[in-house]
Design a protein. Sequence first.
Length: 258
Amino acid sequence: MRLDSMMTGITTRDIFRNIDDVEIKVKMIGKKAGDLQVKYMPSGKNCNDIRAYIKEYQVKTGRKLDVILIDYLDLMMPLSVKVSPSDLFVKDKYVSEEIRNLAMETQCITVTASQLNRSAVEEIEFDHSHISGGLSKIMTADNVIGIFTSRAMRERGRYQIQFMKTRSSSGVGQKVDLEFNVETLRITDLGEEGDSGQSKPAGGVYANLKKTSTMTSSVDPDTGEIDPTQGINAPKIKADVGGSKLKAMLASLNSERD
C-alpha cells in the first residue's frame, strides 16, 4: 500500500477509497517504468541464497538486474566460514565482503542498510561510531550515507542525508536536505524555493547589491553644501596627485631665471 501511495501520489488513507483509480494509475506508470521484484527471505540467509534467486529470476524472465537492495545486512550470515553471531566484527566483515563480491559478479549497484546504535538517538551529525555492529562493514563499503530526521523536520516535511564515507569523491561531511511528503511517504528533491541548508551562490545577490549601492546626493546652489536626501548622483572628485608641488617647482625655476 505504501508503494502504491508513493507511485500515484494518493495518500495512504485514500488508497482503498479510490482503489480503482489507484489500479489504473499503477498500470499506466508501470508501462513507462522498470520492474520491481520483492523477495522475502528469512534471517540467517547468505549470499548464495541471493545469488540462486537472482539466477532463477533471470532465467525465467530473461531480464538483467540493474540494482539489488538488501534489507538488511545485519540479518545475514557469512557463507565462507562459521562465525558466532555474537562476534559482530568478524560476521559483518565476511558478510559485507561477500555482498561486495556479489555486486562485482553481477555488475549491479548493490545497496544495503544497517541500524544505528543508542548513542545516535540524540545526535544530529552521524559518524562511524553511531553504526551498530562491526565497523568492518564500513571499511568494505564504497559509500556510507546516514539518514537523519527529527520530529520538527518531519513536521516541516524534511529529511536529511549525510555523507559519512565516499571512496571516490570528496563528499565526506556534506549534507543534503530532501523533501518528505507526509501523506504519500515519498522523498523527493527540494524545489527551488526550498531551504536546503546549503550555502547558495552569492552571484545574484552580489550583483543586485552592486547595482543599488550608488551614492546619491545634491549640492545646494545657495550654500554649496551637499544634501544627502536628494536622489542625484554625487559629483565626481578627481584626485590631484602632486599638482601643487609641481606648480611651485615651476614657479621657482622661472623666478631663478628672471
